[in-house]
Design a protein around this ligand. Structure first.
Ligand code: NDP
Ligand code: A1CAB
Length: 252
C-alpha cells in the first residue's frame, strides 16, 4: 500500500499471493496490483520477491518458492527473527537475500526500517532495498546481528506508542476531556514531539527540560512517570520484543 501510494508499483510487473480470495481481492482493490493463489507464479513473474508471511509459516512458504528461484531474483524477507542463514539454507546459498525489519507506518510513508544484505546479494541489491524502504519512510543499513534489536525497538514500537497514546487519552478523559478530543490531543502531541526530535536535532532530554517550568505542571507529571518506572518499562518492552524475535528465529 505504501509503495503503491509512492508510485513504485508498476501493475504490469508486480504481483502478490495469498492463500485466501478475500485478502487477495482487498489487496488488488487497494493497490491495483494482481493477486494470485500461487507463490510460485509470483516468483516466476517478478524479479524482487518480498517474503511477508509469519515466521511460523516461513519454512512452508520457502518450500513453495524455492524451485522457481534463479540468480536473477532478489529475495527480501521482512519476517521477525528469521536469519539470512536460515533463508539461505532453505533457498540455496547463492540466493541474493536481504533481510528487512520495517514497521506498519510504511502504509502511510512513515516507516522506520533496518536492513541487512546477505552474502550473495550485490551492492545494487542493497541500494534497491534502501530506495524501496526510504520511499515509505526511513531505512538504515545495520549488521544482521542488530536486526532483532531493530525489531524490538521500531518493528514492535508502534504498538508501544499506541498504548502510550491510548493511556494519555484515558488520562485526558479522567481529568474531564471528551474522548474524541482527548484522543486527538494525545496523538497530535506524540506526532509533534517526534517531529521536534527529528527536525530540531535537539536531544529529547533538552526538549523535555524546555517544557518543564520550575514548580510547574510538567515536572509534577514527570515525577509521577519516574515514580511509576516509566523509563524502565519502555526499555523492558524493547528488550522483551527483541528477545522474542531471536526466539522466533531459533524456533522456526
Ligand atoms: N505486523 C507488523 O507490524 C510487522 C510484521 N513484520 C513481519 O511481517 C510478516 C507478516 O506479518 P503480518 O503482516 O503482521 O502478518 P499477517 O498474518 O497479517 O500477513 C501474512 C499473510 O501471509 C499469508 N500467508 C500465510 N501463509 C502463506 C503462504 N504459504 N503463502 C502466501 N501467503 C501466506 C496470510 O494469509 P492468511 O492469514 O489468510 O492465512 C496473511 O495474509 C511477519 O513475518 C512479521 O514478523 C515485520 C514488521 C512489522
Ligand atoms: O509482533 C510481531 O511479531 C511483528 C514483528 C514486528 C512487529 N510485529
Amino acid at each position: 500500500k505504501g509503495w503503491a501510494a509512492a508510485g513504485l508499483l508498476d501493475a504490469n510487473r508486480s504481483a502478490a499471493s495469498d492463500p485466501y480470495p478475500a485478502p487477495r481481492e482487498k489487496f488488488t482493490a487497494t493497490t491495483n496490483v494482481r493477486a494470485v493463489e500461487s507463490n510460485a507464479e509470483v516468483v516466476a513473474k517478478t524479479d524482487v520477491i518480498i517474503l511477508a508471511v509469519k515466521p511460523q509459516t516461513m519454512s512452508a512458504a520457502l518450500a513453495e518458492v524455492r524451485s522457481s528461484l534463479t540468480d536473477k531474483k532478489l529475495v527480501v524477507s521482512i519476517a521477525a527473527g528469521i536469519t539470512l542463514k536460515q533463508l539461505a539454507e532453505n533457498l540455496g546459498t547463492n540466493t541474493r537475500l536481504v533481510r528487512v525489519m520495517p514497521n506498519t507506518p510504511c502504509l502511510l510513508g512513515a516507516s522506520a526500517a533496518g536492513f541487512a544484505v546477505g552474502p550473495a546479494a550485490t551492492k545494487a541489491d542493497g541500494d534497491l532495498v534502501a530506495r524501496l524502504f526510504n520511499a515509505v519512510g526511513k531505512a538504515y543499513a545495520v549488521p544482521e546481528s542488530q536486526l532483532d534489536a531493530v525489531t524490538g525497538l521500531s518493528g514492535s514500537g508502534p504498538a508501544f506508542v499506541y498504548v502510550l497514546i491510548e493511556a494519555l487519552a484515558d488520562g485526558g478523559v479522567r481529568v474531564g476531556l471528551p474522548r474524541d478530543i482527548a484522543l486527538s490531543l494525545a496523538a497530535q502531541t506524540v506526532f509533534g514531539s517526534a517531529k521536534m526530535v527529528l527536525e530540531t536535532g535537539t536531544h529529547p532530554a533538552a526538549l523535555k527540560d524546555a517544557v518543564a517550568s520550575p514548580g510547574g505542571t510538567t515536572i509534577a507529571g514527570l515525577h509521577a512517570l519516574e515514580r511509576a518506572g516509566f523509563r524502565a518499562a519502555a526499555m523492558d518492552a524493547v528488550e522483551a520484543a527483541a528477545k522474542r524475535a531471536t526466539e522466533l528465529g531459533s524456533k522456526n
